[in-house]
Design a protein around this ligand. Structure first.
Ligand code: 5AD
Ligand code: SF4
Length: 490
């Protein structure tokens, strides 16, 4: 059993507003970590200045936004969800597809008006672009959007308090180096009280170099955090009321962090270690690469009751020629036999995936091969995208780029199939009783929303006292994107 020392008391549950790709992080960080008269890490008055963070993109950005906010809370800031009150505005950005990157610039247009209005009222606003657009575009951002004062890449955000101080003296700053020091060990301890679920980045970066993907360039080479550091962070989260932790990494199943014995530990061993934390009820991990789906990790889905029966396993395309051009290191048959092995080991596992349509040169029959894989696997959930050429990636310069109308047509067909599979999977849960971890109040009074082991959203009439608890719910109704049910007598 992993013994956590008492490091703090559980805080109240803050509500995180979220939509599919954007999370406003106004109140997920404990602003009350300092009592009256106490000082912050650098002696500033607690909560005197306000920071507003808007997050785009993946779960790792959600995690990074929390850590950036926490770093600033330690230097006299408090988090706000009202942008017009913010002394510092941070956009934590995503560069994975063109649409995601462009959103940042339209957001900056709106922020310019806020900054102008605040200036007229005599207030300064430091506009910061963080995350993967910052890393990929660097100084180009301040040329294109002069409203921006600070550009900080994902490897440097632990330096934010210092950069904000320097910006006062030096003016605009662009910080996109990959510093020598480990940012995680430089960040303050977690203060987050974002509810009963939390993300924990265990691995960052990627060495796979899929030809369509910017991640190896924006997040750098693969890096795994040491086991002891992760165990400490996980303990701290659990002591603050977290019941479910999702381990994050761009290539999480390639995890090989240093264990307490000085040797590299694989993800399965890390999962076993964290599962021994008393009070932690559920573990998940994302995102995995088929190439790194080891036997011990598959076995953990059978042997480790806290590891949820859900696996996000991108396959990207169904034709081997396209998979080779993508540099995916697996074939369609290889993926299917992996799925078979996983299902043999954990028959009820729900599978999710990522798929790209319209990769350069993809023919109609190659697209049909993608549909065939989807039909053969049957996914509980999936994310599908039109190929978006990203500057600097090999696929962006390949000949035979597919016209947008064809990509749109293929995406519509694929999504129709995926939607029908998701609907079928949800419908198969009706009549079953599943354990639900209630995370937040629902839209209607008296309702709570939580997640099933299979990551489905579940609504139920429930007293607020059930928040943060795992409760059996008999599923009575299934929709495309959620379930609803009735709490079963305990
Ligand atoms: N175009 C379209 N989709 C992409 N993805 C990554 N890069 C691109 C791109 N250039 C998708 C992949 C990946 C997911 C996070 O985003 O499916 O798994
Ligand atoms: Fe990008 Fe994932 Fe491929 Fe790495 S494995 S390059 S993160 S798509």
């Amino acid at each position: 059993m992993l013994q956590c020392s008492k490091m703090g008391t559980p805080g109240c549950v803050a509500i995180r507003e979220s939509s599919a790709t954007t999370v406003l992080l106004g109140c997920a960080v404990d602003n009350t970590s300092y009592g009256p008269g106490e000082t912050t890490d650098d002696g500033a008055e607690p909560g005197a200045k306000k920071v507003f963070v808007k997050t785009f993109g993946c779960q790792m950005n959600v995690y990074d936004s929390e850590r950036m906010t926490e770093a600033l809370v330690g230097h006299g800031y408090s988090a706000t969800s009202a942008i017009e009150d913010a002394d510092v505005v941070i956009l934590n950005t995503c560069h994975i597809r063109e649409k995601a990157a462009e959103k940042v610039y339209s957001e900056l247009g709106r922020i310019r008006q806020v900054k102008d209005a605040r200036r007229k009222a005599g207030n300064d606003t430091v506009v910061t672009v963080a995350g993967c657009v910052a890393q990929a575009e660097g100084a180009e951002i301040v040329h294109r959007a002069p409203v921006v004062d600070l550009v900080v890449g994902p490897q440097s955000y632990h330096r934010l308090p210092e950069l904000l101080r320097r910006r006062k003296a030096e003016g605009r700053i662009v910080e996109t180096a990959f510093p020598e020091e480990d940012k995680f060990s430089k960040l303050p301890k977690r203060r987050t009280i974002g509810g009963p679920t939390a993300f924990l980045t265990v691995q960052e970066g990627c060495d796979k170099f899929c030809t369509f993907c910017v991640v190896p360039y924006t997040r750098g080479m693969e890096y795994s955090r040491p086991v002891a550091e992760l165990a400490e962070e996980a303990c701290r989260l659990v002591e603050r009321g977290v019941k479910e932790i999702t381990l994050l990494g761009q290539n999480v199943n390639a995890y090989h962090g240093e264990g307490p014995d000085g040797r590299p530990w694989p993800l399965a061993k890390l999962i076993g270690h964290l599962a021994s934390i008393d009070g932690l009820k559920r573990l998940r991990y994302t995102t995995s690469h088929p190439h790194d789906m080891s036997d011990d990790l598959i076995a953990a889905h059978r042997d480790q009751p806290k590891l949820m029966p859900f696996l996000h396993l991108p396959f990207q395309a169904g034709a081997d020629r396209i998979l080779a051009a993508m540099n995916r290191k697996h074939t369609a048959r290889g993926y299917l036999s992996l799925v078979e092995r996983i299902r043999r080991t954990r028959p009820d596992i729900a599978l999710s995936t990522d798929i790209i349509v319209g990769f350069p040169g993809e023919s109609d029959s190659e697209f049909e091969a993608t549909l065939d894989v989807v039909r053969e696997v049957g996914f509980a959930q999936a994310f599908s995208f039109k190929f978006s050429p990203r500057p600097g990636t090999p696929a962006a310069n390949m000949s035979d780029q597919i016209p947008d109308e064809i990509k749109s047509r293929r995406l519509a067909r694929l999504q129709e199939l995926l939607d029908s599979q998701q609907t079928r999977f949800n419908a198969s849960c009706v009549g079953r009783t599943v354990p639900v971890l209630f995370e937040k109040p629902g839209r209607h009074a008296g309702q709570l929303v939580g997640r099933s082991p299979y990551l489905q959203l579940v609504h139920a009439e429930a007293d607020a006292a059930w928040l943060g608890r795992i409760v059996p719910v008999e599923i009575s109704c299934a929709a495309a994107n959620s379930l609803s049910g009735v709490i079963s007598p305990l």
